[in-house]
Design a protein around this ligand. Structure first.
Ligand SMILES: C[S@@+](CC[C@H](N)C(=O)[O-])C[C@H]1O[C@@H](n2cnc3c(N)ncnc32)[C@H](O)[C@@H]1O
Length: 206
C-alpha cells in the first residue's frame, strides 16, 4: 500500500524559515542573548504559542493591571495583548538590554522597565490583578526565588494571581515558600507542545 504525504510547497517552506520572518528573528535574538548570558536566560528556546496561551488563560480586556516578569522576546507579551489586555495596563520587568530594545519597538504603549522582578514593589503600587512570570525560577538561587515571589505578592491585589510555568516535575516553588507566603496552588495540564514540555501553576493567597 502506498501512502500519500502532503508536502509543503518549496516557497512556503522558505517563507516559514525565511531569515527575515518574525519567528526566525526572535529565535536569532534569543540564541544570541542565551550565548551571551546563559544563566540569566536559562532556556533553550522561546516558549511556544501553546504555552503562551495556557499562561494567559482567563485574561481579557477587563483584567485590570497585568505585570510580566522576564518577557525575553515577548512570546507571553503578545499572548497577553491578544487576549485583549490594553497595552497601557501592561508592565514588563526585564534585565537584558537587547530584549528591552526589542520589546519597546515591538509593543508600543506597553511599559517596559529595565529592572529585576525582585524589585517590582519599588516601581508599582499594589492592586495588580495578574503577574505572568516567564522567569527561569527553578534555576535561580533560593533567596532570589523567594524575593521574586514575595515582590509579586506585594504588588498583587488580595485576589490576584501569580502564574508561573516550570519544566520540572514539581511545583516551581518549594512547600516552605508556599507556606511562608500563605499561598495555595493550582496545577495545570502538561503542555507537550513546548521545548521542553512545561506545566503552568497558578498561585493565590490562601
Ligand atoms: C527563560 S527566558 C523566558 C523568556 C520568555 N518569557 C519566554 O518564555 O520565551 C527568561 C527571561 O527572564 C529574564 N530575567 C532573568 N532574571 C530576571 C530578573 N531577575 N528580573 C527580570 N527578568 C529576568 C531573562 O533576561 C530572560 O529574558
Amino acid at each position: 500500500m502506498t501512502t500519500r504525504r502532503r508536502m509543503m510547497p518549496r516557497s512556503s517552506v522558505s517563507t516559514v524559515f525565511a531569515s527575515s520572518s518574525p519567528l526566525a528573528d526572535d529565535l536569532d535574538l534569543f540564541r544570541r542573548r542565551l550565548l551571551q548570558n546563559p544563566r540569566q536566560v536559562s532556556a533553550i528556546a522561546p516558549s511556544s504559542r501553546t504555552l503562551a496561551r495556557a499562561m494567559t488563560m482567563g485574561l481579557g480586556p477587563a483584567s485590570g493591571r497585568v505585570v510580566e516578569f522576564g518577557p525575553g522576546t515577548g512570546r507571553f507579551t503578545e499572548a497577553i495583548l491578544a487576549r485583549g489586555v490594553p497595552p497601557a495596563n501592561l508592565t514588563l520587568f526585564e534585565l537584558d538590554e537587547e530584549f528591552i530594545q526589542h520589546l519597546r519597538a515591538r509593543f508600543p504603549g506597553v511599559t517596559v522597565l529595565q529592572a529585576g522582578a525582585e524589585a517590582a514593589h519599588e516601581y508599582l503600587w499594589p492592586g495588580v490583578q495578574t503577574v505572568v512570570s516567564g522567569l527561569p525560577l527553578l534555576s535561580m538561587p533560593e533567596p532570589l526565588r523567594r524575593a521574586i515571589v514575595a515582590a509579586a505578592f506585594r504588588i498583587l491585589a488580595p485576589r490576584g494571581t501569580y502564574v508561573q510555568f516550570t519544566y520540572g516535575p514539581r511545583p516551581p516553588l518549594p512547600p516552605d515558600i508556599i507556606a511562608a507566603l500563605g499561598l495555595r496552588v493550582n496545577k495545570g495540564h502538561q503542555i507537550w507542545a513546548n521545548l521542553p514540555p512545561a506545566r503552568v501553576y497558578r498561585f493565590r493567597r490562601a
